[in-house]
Design a protein around this ligand. Structure first.
Ligand code: F6R
Length: 234
């Protein structure tokens, strides 16, 4: 793992932009994208930049089950608001939260991942070490699936919803097996609340107890941290 420590999330976004730029220079065609607060400055920097994604494909990690694409809390809406309204991609895919047939939707997404192997996958990390919605205990080999969110993830996501009861209990998520197939991975983490998860990911044993720890076995991972998120590294 290549670890880059920056002052704050703003600087992290600028560093991440350099990683996207380098991937484009090396001919990357397919970008795996994430939502949440972590990549916000990265998307701001991409939007401000002259990077051209108009012939590129994007595939997001996850989407809440049950939400329509135009629901303001959906990850599709997040991506529109932070990136797609300003930067055109040739095609942008997310799991369809309100798909009538879950199994067919999972198959569709796995087929897309097979058709468009991800060159650069952007990730955040949960306080419990999750990546995508792969919570502790998840298998390291699974592909896209429907996952039940843990109470801690539901609680963490509640800040985006009117009440805790409105937070979806399930999500579609690329599995860890899907994530590990990306040619390169960029994980960002900012703030002291991520420090334990970051230490477990980088220095702990490779174990499903910390799903992100599997990234130790990926050949091309860049980790961008602010000083607070790096504070528990030895
Ligand atoms: C988002 C995702 C999640 C988040 C993680 C951190 O698409 O898959 O794994 O990256 O929950 O969330 P934030 O960035 O809001 O702290």
């Amino acid at each position: 793992m290549k670890i880059i420590i920056v002052k704050d999330q703003q600087q992290g976004g600028k560093k991440a932009l350099e990683v996207f730029q380098a991937a484009l220079n090396q001919g990357a065609e397919v970008f795996g994208l994430a939502t949440g607060s972590t990549p916000e400055t990265t998307y701001t920097e991409i939007v401000k930049s002259d990077l051209d994604f108009s012939q590129k494909i994007s595939l997001n990690l996850d989407e809440y089950v049950g939400l329509k694409a135009d629901n303001p809390q959906s990850y599709r809406a997040y991506m529109q608001q932070h990136l797609f309204n300003f930067k055109q991609f040739k095609r942008s895919y997310l799991p369809q939260g309100d798909a009538a047939d879950s199994q067919a939707e999972i198959q569709r997404y796995n087929d897309l991942l097979a058709q468009y192997p991800v060159d650069l996958q952007l990730l955040g990390i949960g306080k419990n070490g999750h990546i995508g919605f792969n919570e502790p205990g998840s298998s390291f080999t699974e592909q896209t699936r429907k996952v039940k969110l843990t109470p801690s993830t539901v609680a963490a996501n509640a800040r985006f919803f009117a009440s805790k009861e409105d937070v979806p209990q399930y999500a579609y998520s690329m599995g860890i097996g899907s994530i590990m197939r990306a040619k390169s991975i960029l994980l960002e983490a900012f703030g002291v609340t991520k420090a334990d998860a970051v230490a477990a990911m980088v220095e702990g044993p490779v174990t499903p107890d910390c799903p992100a720890s599997i990234l130790q076995q990926h050949p091309d991972v860049t980790v961008i941290l602010d000083q607070a998120a790096a504070s528990k590294l030895s």
